[in-house]
Design a protein around this ligand. Structure first.
Ligand code: NAD
Ligand code: UDP
Ligand code: UDP
Length: 313
C-alpha cells in the first residue's frame, strides 16, 4: 500500500515508518520538522519506497495514498505550549486538511489522539466511555481541546462523508529517539541522570503515569489501522507508577547517587493516569509486552549513544 505518515520524522512516527517499510509498503513521510528531525528517518533517505515531504499540515496538500496515519502534532507540554495557538491550528486546521485529503482519495484515516482528552481524570483507570475532565482555558488546553476537536472532526467526516476512520487514544509512550531536551519526564530524567545533574521532580512526585514502550505502541497502531474497530481505543501500558518511583528506577539503572530536586507542579498537571485496555485486548488482541525496566534500559542505551556518554554503572 501507499501510506502517508504525518509527523513521520517524529519520535513515534519514525518507529512506525520503520515497521511499515519492513512490511514492504510505499511510505510518504510528511513533516515540518518542528519537533521531528531528519536524523530519525535518515536511514530511509534514498530508498525507492520512501519519500520525505517537508510540509506544514496547516496548509492544504494533495497526495494520493491508501492509508493515512495522522500523527503530526508536538506531544511534549514544553513544545506544545511554546506556541499554543499553532498547536490549536495544527490539531484543528491540520487535521481538517488531512481528513479532506483522505476523503478525496478514499483513504483509511487513523488519528493519533491522546489520553489527554481525559484531562485530570476523576475516573481511574480511564475507559474509552469516560468523557474527561479538561480545563478548556488552561495551559494544556491547546493540546487537550485540540485533540478533542480532532476526534470530533474525524467522527463528523465518518458520519457525513462515510470516511473510514480509526481513533487511537495514546497514553504516555517512551523509547529511543525521544529528544533529550523535549521536556517529558522519561527523557528529562534519563538525560539528567546521565549528565550527573539532579533529577527534576515536579510537585511531590506522587502523581502517576503509565508508560508504554514505543514498539508496543506501534504494534497497537498498526492493528487498529488494519482491524475493523473505529475506536476510540486506548493504547497504553496499564503499569502505573508515581513520578517518584520512576525517578528511583532511573537512579537504580543509571546512577544510584543521582540527586533529586523538587520543582513546582505545573498547573492542570493530571494527578493520575492509567489506561483501561479491555477494548484493545478484546478487539485487537493487543497488550504491551515490554516491561518498564526493559524499555528504560533500551532507552538509556540509545541516549548514551546519542549524547556520547559512557555507559553508567
Ligand atoms: P513528536 O513531537 O516527536 O512528533 C510529532 C511530529 O509532528 C514531529 O516530527 C513534528 O515535527 C511534526 N509536526 C508538528 N506540527 C506539525 C505541522 N503543523 N505540520 C507538519 N508536521 C508537524 O511527538 P510523538 O511523541 O512522536 O507524538 C506523535 C503523535 O502521537 C502526536 O500526535 C501526539 O499528540 C501523539 N501522542 C503521543 C504520546 C506520547 O507519549 N509520545 C501520547 C499521546 C499522544
Ligand atoms: N484538502 C487537502 N488536500 C486534499 C483535499 C482537501 O489539503 O487532497 C483540504 C482542503 O483544502 C480543505 C480541507 O482539506 O481545507 C477539507 O476539505 P473538504 O473537501 O472536506 O472540505 P471543503 O474543501 O469542501 O471545505
Ligand atoms: N515531570 C517531572 N519532571 C520533569 C518532567 C515532567 O516531574 O522533568 C512530571 C510532570 O509534572 C507530569 C509527569 O512527570 O506529572 C509526566 O510529564 P510529561 O510531560 O512526560 O507527560 P504528561 O504530563 O503530558 O503526561
Amino acid at each position: 500500500m501507499r501510506i502517508l505518515v504525518t509527523g513521520g520524522a517524529g519520535f513515534i512516527g519514525s518507529h512506525l515508518i520503520d515497521r511499515l517499510m519492513a512490511e514492504g509498503h510505499e511510505i510518504l513521510c510528511l513533516d515540518n520538522f518542528y519537533t521531528g528531525s531528519k536524523q530519525n528517518i535518515s536511514h530511509w533517505l534514498g530508498h525507492p519506497r520512501f519519500e520525505l515531504i517537508r510540509h506544514d499540515i496547516t496548509e492544504p496538500i494533495r497526495l494520493e495514498v491508501d492509508q493515512v496515519y495522522h500523527l503530526a502534532c508536538p506531544a511534549s507540554p514544553v513544545h506544545y505550549q511554546f506556541n499554543a495557538i499553532k498547536t490549536v491550528k495544527t490539531n484543528v486546521i491540520g487535521t481538517l486538511n488531512m481528513l479532506g485529503l483522505a476523503k478525496r482519495v478514499k483513504a483509511r484515516f487513523l488519528l493519533a489522539s491522546t489520553s489527554e482528552v481525559y484531562g485530570d481524570p476523576d475516573v481511574h483507570p480511564q475507559p474509552e466511555t469516560y468523557r474527561g475532565n479538561v480545563n478548556c482555558i488552561g495551559i494544556r488546553s491547546c493540546y487537550d481541546e485540540g485533540k478533542r476537536m480532532a476526534e470530533t472532526l474525524a467522527f463528523d467526516y465518518h458520519r457525513e462523508h462515510d470516511l473510514d476512520i480509526r481513533v487511537a487514544r495514546i497514553f504516555n509512550t517512551y523509547g529511543p529517539r525521544m529528544l533529550e531536551n523535549d521536556g517529558r519526564v522519561v527523557s528529562n530524567f534519563i538525560a539528567q541522570a546521565l549528565r550527573g545533574t539532579p533529577l527534576t521532580v515536579y510537585g511531590d512526585g506522587s502523581q502517576t503515569r503509565s508508560f508504554c514502550y514505543v514498539s508496543d505502541l506501534v504494534e497497537g497502531l498498526m492493528r487498529l489501522m488494519n482491524g475493523e474497530q473505529t475506536g476510540p481505543i486506548n493504547l497504553g501500558n496499564p503499569g502505573e507508577y508515581s513520578i517518584l518511583e520512576l525517578a528511583q528506577k532511573i537512579q537504580t539503572l543509571i546512577n544510584p547517587n543521582a540527586e533529586l530536586v523538587y520543582k513546582p507542579l505545573p498547573s492542570d498537571d493530571p494527578k493520575q493516569r492509567q489506561p483501561d485496555i479491555t477494548l484493545a485486548k478484546t478487539y485487537l488482541s493487543w497488550e504491551p509486552t515490554i516491561p518498564l525496566d526493559q524499555g528504560l534500559a533500551l532507552t538509556i542505551a540509545d541516549f548514551q549513544t546519542r549524547l556520547g556518554l559512557a555507559p553508567g554503572p
